[in-house]
Design a protein around this ligand. Structure first.
Ligand SMILES: [Cu+2]
Length: 609
């Protein structure tokens, strides 16, 4: 399937249409505040004023032309001044319950069926299960390490699909790499042992060429694996999942048409970005919290958007938080951070402590501005914007548009207001809007509602160290780049009949992944194995403040990973232990998890003896 080819002609003109708009954080025309039962209108107004003070304090990094007085004035009903209305978090964050969307389904020895279905509401595609009289939509699965999972995928869609178990150590037959597709009305039985450490893994479709559409439209879910180490940590920290441990699935959508996936040529090259930031399928989400420590299990389920995650208190100060785990489970030791990049498909396990916030106050989970480094065409792009080295530090500015929408801009770029960006509002035939990667935006508001009790100290050791095996052979180079309208690995695009990477039986390899300067950030995902990041070299300037050791690594490199973000111009060394317990040769994949890049062919088969 090669419908995603980006023609060179279009690619060459694309820099003229660079889409550096921003995330809309304002109210939208015609909407009235949807207050829930817990919040009074006064609460809402108080929270709104706090957000305004927060914004006025320059919390998002730059001078805001908006005056507090102007912003806080009340417009008459129907004439609300959208130019000056700030971000509002008025929807309670969806939390997984005992059924329904993201409902928690604890696996046991019984087989379950996951039905790939089309729905009339959002998400428009989902995997549903019916167990003991309860219906689950994209269930949050919980399994113990060592469990045998038996899952029947039944495809009721009119197109092929297959489910990939992201991060799990499984054989090719169970990996869902797309070699076997489940056609309409077809079914497939997965059966595998959960060999992985405790951690947050996930499942999502992987039919080559249609992965992006199916994931974006909502066909994915979480898989939590538990083990003794995990349970010990919960005891030590008095963590109760569902109470002070919550999953946060970050994803962006195009507001108004959240189920429509219709990428332009530009989207296929850069990735499909929405203008609206969601958490757990909730737009403008807030979470009521106690003034104590919370654990958040974060997945970036966006097709293409990278988050530069940070926490702000209501005075606009950056609040440190604690990284305790990555894709493949707990770190050896907790790590205090002020921000972390989370690329598509990456997971982070973090502790955020609200105990310093007074009852009635709030904090924000935000994505800070960064340079998205879409620099695949340096000659053309260079004419339109300064070099990435010169604008590595990203400031943001609030900017009021002629269409009355209030946006946040990444000020590192010229504001090109193309039809593509602003054409959709009010015109149903216009293409959906998008907002550039790297735009600052608030993700989730935490409202501190109750005082917290004294809490246990953080243990200095979270998990037993797992030695990183020595390499058994030569370093294997992989180069990421763009040519002839396609994103490529080692100048190749995906060919299901070619296996360019062959790993010898019982090999432990070092992979040197180098991303060209004229490139984009690529979130490289390897199926079947967790790996370690050994070092980063020639990283962009904006990574500098995040580097934690002499090997150029950032905090999220200190744990086990299955997905790693490689910036333009950067070189990363990985150590991968390819020893596996399965009989015979296995076929896995290495690919970019920017799903538009993946569907466009930025993927290679890997044979492991
Ligand atoms: Cu990519």
């Amino acid at each position: 399937m090669d419908t995603l080819h980006v023609s060179e002609t279009i690619a060459a003109t694309m820099s003229m249409r660079y889409n550096y708009a921003s995330i809309v954080i304002s109210d939208r025309t015609g909407e009235t505040p949807a207050l829930n039962g817990k919040n009074t209108y006064q609460d809402h107004r108080r929270a709104r004023r706090r957000v305004l003070r927060f914004l006025a304090g320059g919390a998002l990094g730059g001078a805001l032309p908006l005056s507090l007085g102007a912003a806080d004035r009340q417009a008459a009903p129907g004439t609300l001044d959208y130019c000056t209305t700030p971000a509002r978090f008025d929807q309670p964050l969806r939390l997984p319950g005992r059924e329904g969307l993201q409902g928690i389904l604890r696996m046991n020895a019984d087989a379950i069926a996951l039905d790939a279905v089309t729905r009339s509401s959002v998400p428009g595609l989902a995997l549903t299960a019916r167990v003991a009289g309860r219906e689950y939509i994209d269930p949050t699965l919980i399994a113990n390490r060592g469990d045998v999972l038996r899952i029947r995928l039944r495809n009721t869609l009119s197109e092929p699909t297959v489910i990939h178990w992201h991060g799990l150590t499984v054989d090719t037959a169970n990996d869902g790499n797309g070699d076997t597709l489940i056609g309409a009305d077809g079914a497939f039985d997965y059966g595998f042992t959960v060999r992985n450490r405790a951690g947050l893994y996930w499942y999502h479709p992987h039919p080559h060429g249609a992965t992006a559409a199916q994931v974006y439209r909502g066909m994915f879910g979480l898989l939590f694996v538990e083990d003794e180490e995990e349970l010990a940590l919960r005891r030590a920290l008095e963590i109760v999942p569902g109470e002070n441990e919550l999953p946060l699935v970050l994803h962006d959508r195009r507001s108004g048409v959240p189920d429509r996936y219709a990428p332009s040529e530009s989207d296929l090259m850069h990735g499909w970005y929405g203008d609206e930031s969601l958490v757990n399928f909730t737009a403008r989400p807030y979470l009521d919290v106690d003034a104590k420590r919370y654990r958040f299990r974060v997945l970036n389920a966006s097709n293409a958007r990278i988050y530069r995650i940070g926490v702000r208190d209501e005075r606009g100060g950056a609040q440190p938080f604690t990284l305790i785990g990555t894709d493949g489970g707990l770190l050896e030791a907790p790590r205090t951070v002020t921000e972390i990049f989370v690329a598509p498909a990456e997971r982070v396990d973090i502790l955020v402590d609200f105990s310093g916030i007074a009852v009635g106050g709030f904090a924000l989970l935000e994505s800070r501005a960064f340079d998205p480094m879409h620099t695949e065409m340096p000659a053309a792009a260079g004419a339109a914007k300064p070099s990435t080295q010169e604008h590595g530090r990203a400031d943001t500015q609030q900017h009021v548009h002629s269409d009355g929408q209030q946006h946040l801009h990444s000020d590192t770029h010229e504001h090109v207001h193309s039809e593509h960006v602003h054409g959709a509002r009010g015109d149903p035939s216009a293409p959906p809007v998008s907002a550039s990667d790297g735009a600052a935006h608030a993700v989730l508001q935490f409202n501190v509602r109750r005082r917290g009790l004294a809490q246990p100290p953080l243990p200095s050791r979270l998990s037993q160290p797992i030695p990183v095996a020595d390499a058994t052979g030569d370093e294997r180079p992989l180069r990421l780049g763009f040519a002839k309208g396609r994103w490529r690995i080692n100048d190749r695009v995906y060919d299901m009949n070619a296996t360019p990477i062959v790993v010898a039986k019982n090999a432990v390899e070092t992979w040197l992944i180098r991303n060209y300067h004229a490139s984009m950030p690529h979130a490289m995902h390897l199926h079947g194995f967790q790996f370690r990041v050994l070092e980063r070299e020639t990283s962009p300037d904006q990574l500098g403040p995040l580097v934690v050791d002499a090997r150029g690594r950032v905090a999220t490199d200190l744990g086990w990973k299955d997905t790693v973000l490689v910036w333009p111009g950067e070189s990363i060394r990985l150590r991968i232990d390819f020893r596996h317990p399965f009989a015979g040769d296995q076929i896995y994949l290495i690919h970019c998890h920017n799903l538009e890049h993946e569907d466009g062919g930025m993927m290679l088969r890997v044979k492991v003896g």
